[in-house]
Design a protein around this ligand. Sequence first.
Ligand SMILES: Cc1cc2nc3c(=O)[nH]c(=O)nc-3n(C[C@H](O)[C@H](O)[C@H](O)COP(=O)(O)OP(=O)(O)OC[C@H]3O[C@@H](n4cnc5c(N)ncnc54)[C@H](O)[C@@H]3O)c2cc1C
Length: 404
Amino acid sequence: MKVAIIGGGAAGFFAAITVKENYPDSHVIIFEKSHKTLAKVKISGGGRCNVTNGCSSIKELSEAYPRGSKQLKSNFKLFNNKHAMMWFESRGVSLMVQDDNRVFPSSNNSQSIIDCFYAETKRLGVELTLGKGVKDIRQMGEQWKLSFLEGGICSSIFDKVIIASGGSPKRKGLEWLERMGHKIETPVPSLFTFNMPVESVRQLMGVVAENAQVSIQGTKLKSNGPLLITHWGMSGPAILKLSAFGARLLSERNYKFSIQVNWGNVSNSEFVLQELQRLEKLNANKFLSNVKPYALPDRLWLFLLDKCELTQNKKWCELGKKGMNKLVNILTNDIYKVEGKTTFKEEFVTCGGVSLDSIDFATMQSKVCKNLYFAGEILDVDGITGGFNFQAAWTTAFIAGKLN
Ligand SMILES: Cc1cc2nc3c(=O)[nH]c(=O)nc-3n(C[C@H](O)[C@H](O)[C@H](O)COP(=O)(O)OP(=O)(O)OC[C@H]3O[C@@H](n4cnc5c(N)ncnc54)[C@H](O)[C@@H]3O)c2cc1C
């Protein structure tokens, strides 16, 4: 059996290795457009490669995917984060799970993952062809013929093809698949930070609110977690998660919207009022500036006092009902105007790609073309930051590589 893998990235290598392990006599060739393989693995996770996430249940794992959650949930029964960790460790890559559940090679170097892939493909006899971008694939009966961007046609005919060519930032890059009958979800960026050019909060750059809740006004989109104030706006896990779940809607709004920040992540304002009243009772004669609710960073607390026009040297006992209400409001409903986005350089993915409607997820085979499979970011599947995007690549490649 001859198998072509289109794309020499994470999903392509994983699929090629899986095919060879399942079908040792097969002839597997990876066709890579550029002259470098595994380029994204190399730079991933700031050069450390956040290879998966150590979360403990399939439910938690699948909830990390704004697109593809339901489909991946079933596939995770076959190959999930625990399997991925075992896969790498059994092939000599020692891994470590950080406190935030992100999993990295113990070497702290993405090269360990690359070396593992190179060693495995060499051991199994996978052939690698660099500088060959696949332009088109044509069906000949139940087999496939490949033609290249650089011109020419592959002399071989393949029994099976796995497409693992990664996310395409533009719909144009997916038109060849659309012509074959696949439904395409228009690509838009996911995982970005929010630009706030008119907001003075930017002066607090570097400040982190450890547990904030952020929602997009006029929508049900909401997330929580650490929020980082940057010199251009806001970032951190709470913002990145929101950008992923809101990727399509925010693109439609041309990245102009307002967010509502709840600085203590306490939705019920009655509870916030009770907490402030408790602080007032305990610290009646202390200055507002010296007693902070929800362990907020000093600079943020002073900024919020200033924003709701409460002088720092006012005492808690002088706050009054009006002052108290102002504080409750700023802590639970602090509005910021977002105008634009900045790509998150640590991990950037595309929302959109080959529609899940066109794929049989039990096999990763195309529903419109027999013997054609998909794996990785080419699919309309993407996760939040934390190793989930590689996990989707490993899982889909593992299933595609069975060639069922
Ligand atoms: C800077 C950065 C850091 C990241 N860090 C992390 C992280 O730490 N953890 C995590 O989970 N995710 C991370 N991601 C996301 C992760 O890298 C991707 O989700 C993952 O690489 C997708 O794998 P893939 O094989 O589907 O696509 P890719 O890695 O993009 O590989 C696709 C390959 O196909 C080739 N190709 C494209 N078209 C053709 C064609 N027509 N013919 C032949 N070859 C073709 C490309 O050149 C490329 O080599 C990061 C992304 C970026 C950009």
